[in-house]
Design a protein around this ligand. Structure first.
Ligand SMILES: Nc1ncnc2c1ncn2[C@@H]1O[C@H](COP(=O)(O)OP(=O)(O)OP(=O)(O)O)[C@@H](O)[C@H]1O
Ligand SMILES: Nc1nc2c(ncn2[C@@H]2O[C@H](COP(=O)(O)O)[C@@H](O)[C@H]2O)c(=O)[nH]1
Length: 285
């Protein structure tokens, strides 16, 4: 009330106020009775138009707006700051996991093409390079001995034996990119996601990628033609167990046949929603 009165009288006194604007109304001593909620505007064909008895005042001109702005500043006794009102976004860690063949790499590749400011961590592996794979892009291909040295030196945030081969996440890569303000994307198998949950807790976002059905997943893996039938059997049997661990994740995204774009969009929506959170996750690696 006091502020309103100060404001009204300061506005009335202010030489900056445009003359054409009506003088500020007196503040009533007692608060007015609550008004009924405003009715929604309805179409002109219906009988529900809500007419105000007075026409709205004409919009102020550019100069008037400027004067009003300065008048408000004078009334409050401070200038209006142009500093952002929302806190700056913090770099975040996104963990994308799911059964083998579900499309993790495919989704990540599209995300990489779509979004800037994200770093997709290249993990290290002792597995042999597949045709078409590039060292430093798909993986850092190292020998088993080199991998064991990385473990010894505590260079890996997480590592695991995946289908008989070592896979692990270089810590320094995450630190370097987070320091530059990048968001981090990690692609791991389900056991890797469980380990990362223990290390990172709620500070990272965990997304479980699934196919629309087991049948679709198996067909996708067969179609990829990267595994022998024995290896396929292991991956498919593992996938059956892995789907049961969905509850440890924050989000589930369905990557259905022929709709890779839909899955990518959904992951993007998750990122956007997380960025808009008031209470943000803070990461410390
Ligand atoms: N929505 C989709 N519809 C059809 N095919 C897809 C879709 N998403 C991915 N694929 C294809 O499915 C195969 C498996 O995808 P991808 O290699 O990305 O899986 P992954 O989860 O990374 O597997 P892994 O864990 O074994 O590395 C690839 O041939 C890919 O092109
Ligand atoms: N736990 C970890 N899993 C990883 C890591 N890097 C990749 N992966 C996962 O391994 C499987 C098999 O990969 P493939 O290239 O041999 O088909 C797949 O699910 C990857 O996501 C890692 O650093 N840690």
């Amino acid at each position: 009330m006091l502020l309103t009165r100060r404001f009204s009288s300061a506005l009335a006194r202010s030489p900056l106020l445009p003359r054409s604007l009506p003088p500020p109304r007196a503040v009533p001593a007692t608060p007015p009775a609550p008004r009924p909620p405003p009715r929604r505007l309805m179409s002109s064909s219906s009988s529900g138009w809500h007419h105000s008895s007075r026409p709205p005042p004409p919009p102020p001109s550019g100069a008037d707006k400027d004067q009003l702005f300065r008048g408000l500043e004078a009334a409050l006794g401070t200038t209006f700051s142009s500093e952002p009102l929302a806190p700056p976004p913090q770099p975040m860690i996104l963990v994308i996991s799911g059964p083998s063949g579900v499309g993790k790499d495919a989704v990540i590749q599209r995300l990489q093409e779509e979004r800037e400011g994200m770093h997709f961590v290249v993990t290290a592996t002792s597995r042999a390079k597949r045709p078409g794979e590039v060292d430093g892009k798909d993986y850092y291909f190292v020998t088993k001995e080199e991998f064991l040295t990385m473990i010894e030196r505590k260079e890996l945030l997480e590592y695991a034996l995946v289908y008989g081969e070592y896979k692990g996440i270089p810590k320094q890569q995450i630190r370097d990119y987070m320091a530059k303000g990048y968001d981090i994307v990690l692609r791991v198998d389900i056991q890797g996601a469980a380990t990362l949950r223990e290390i990172l807790g709620e500070s990272a976002i965990f997304i479980f990628l699934v196919a629309e059905s087991e049948e679709a997943l198996v067909k996708r893996l067969i179609h990829r033609k990267t595994e022998t039938s024995d290896m396929l059997l292991v991956r498919v049997a593992t996938a059956r167990e892995e789907v049961k661990r969905m509850n440890n994740f924050d989000y589930v995204v369905v990557n259905s046949e022929g709709n890779l774009e839909g899955a990518v969009k959904q992951v993007e929506s998750i990122i956007d929603a997380e960025k808009a959170k008031v209470h943000k996750r803070t990461v410390n690696i």
